[in-house]
Write a protein that binds this ligand. Structure first.
Ligand code: SF4
Length: 226
């Protein structure tokens, strides 16, 4: 696994677990608002320092008394063929594993869930179905996204879906369509877009929605999700 970053402690990313987050390099999407271009764009990945797997596992050994879980994020972890082996090594050390995914690789998702290599999955829902390719900036097989959603909805593993709201790109009407598509689901989060360094420089200065507005939208769609 090519590791491009490690957050040594997080109390919010893995529900109920004191965790760390490991960031895998590479992604098959190019979401305009992505704030991790150094984990996504090949020309930036080249310059990104790597963390050797051995160092990561040594870190996990040292933190055994403090940490309970490991979040595997990115980039997009499921594009790596060695993800099952990587997750297995983490699990055999006694850690719970959470996967953050864009849901574009349903076969890999099924593989790691069916082999009990993951305890929690957070899948990004980028846009309503008809707008997906525009938002992720790639021509994608939308049936793969649908397949991942349907598989997660079977409830074989704890999961959540989440959408980033981006002014001018993913707005209220889009979130309503997403809620109609997904519902009923156990857990759905709306996230706010972060300005700053983004894959598409046009988004660097876009002003995020207020937290109050996001909460209002969430209240509006709540009944569609339950
Ligand atoms: S936000 Fe989009 S481009 Fe960035 S890592 Fe996630 S899926 Fe990939």
């Amino acid at each position: 696994m090519q590791i491009g970053g490690l957050q040594k402690l997080t109390l919010i990313d893995f529900p109920g677990k004191i965790s760390c987050t490991v960031f895998c390099l590479g992604c098959n999407f190019r979401c305009c608002y992505c704030y991790n271009p150094e984990l996504v764009l090949p020309e930036k990945i080249k310059k990104q320092p790597r963390i050797p797997e051995k160092d990561f596992f040594d870190f996990l050994k040292e933190r055994k008394k403090i940490l309970e879980g490991v979040c595997i994020g990115g980039g997009e972890p499921t594009i790596n063929e060695d993800l099952p082996n990587f997750a297995w090594k983490i699990k055999t050390m006694g850690y719970s594993v959470k996967l953050d995914t864009n849901g574009s690789k349903p076969e890999m998702l099924k593989k790691i869930i069916d082999r009990n290599l993951v305890d929690y999955v957070a899948m990004d829902i980028k846009a309503p179905l008809e707008k997906y390719s525009e938002v992720v900036n790639r021509k994608i097989e939308i049936k793969d996204i649908e397949e991942s959603v349907e598989f997660l909805k079977q409830g074989k593993v704890d999961c959540e879906f989440r959408t980033t709201m981006v002014p001018g790109l993913v707005e209220e009407k889009d979130v309503i369509k997403i809620a109609r598509w997904l519902g009923p689901i156990p857990k759905y989060n709306l996230q706010n877009f972060r300005a700053g360094k983004t894959i598409d420089p046009k988004f660097e200065k876009v002003k995020p929605y207020s937290e109050e507005y996001i909460t209002k939208i969430y209240e509006k769609i709540h009944s569609l999700l339950s």
